[in-house]
Design a protein around this ligand. Structure first.
Ligand SMILES: [Zn+2]
Length: 184
């Protein structure tokens, strides 16, 4: 492993503490979504290249679908939910800054990682983690599945990613999705 990749690995691990959280109340202003997938209203407020790629709606749909199968959730439970992707490196969540947040029937996700930079694909974001909260709640992460997800990473791995310079591999990092059990 090169020094560069070692540093990258540490950067990925460092993001775990920030990873994600779930909250209770919240709300958002009424806006027109960029598009919708199966009743989920998607707001693209990021400049990340993957969000402009023609396959983005289908990638989002297949990623959510895989996450729902992992968590045992259903699309009907997400009907009317909003999903917002932003450029800012973190999103506010229950008084802390996180990479993603499920709060008040809405998911907010950053498209950047403190160590990795701009994500190359939606599969690299913490979307699958937040879908977990939408599906099972569990804001304190007591379900052992929060520390697993290898099967999900395998299922979602190997797809195409996008940067402003062209296509790159879409590499899923299960450490970004995990959360220590028993902590909010
Ligand atoms: Zn969480």
């Amino acid at each position: 492993m090169s020094l560069a990749s070692t540093q990258k690995l540490f950067a990925v691990i460092a993001t775990v503490a920030l990873a994600a959280c779930a909250g209770g109340s919240g709300g958002g202003a009424e806006q027109t979504p960029s598009f919708s997938v199966q009743g989920v209203n998607v707001f693209v407020e990021t400049s990340a290249a993957f969000a402009k790629a023609p396959d983005f709606p289908s990638r989002l749909e297949s990623t959510i679908d895989a996450a729902l199968r992992y968590w045992g959730g259903s699309w009907s439970a997400l009907d009317g939910m909003s999903l917002t992707l932003v450029d800012e490196p973190t999103v506010p969540c229950e008084g802390v800054e996180a990479l993603g947040c499920f709060e008040g029937g809405a998911i907010h996700l950053t498209t950047r990682d403190p160590g990795l930079g701009t994500f190359a694909c939606v599969e690299e974001t913490v979307l699958v983690h937040e879908i977990g909260h939408a599906a099972i709640g569990d804001p304190n992460h007591t379900d052992p599945r929060w520390m697993e997800m290898d099967s999900l990473a395998t299922e979602l791995g190997g797809r195409e990613g996008y940067t402003s310079l062209g296509e790159v591999p879409c590499t899923t990092y299960v450490s970004v999705w995990r959360h220590p059990l028993g902590s909010p």
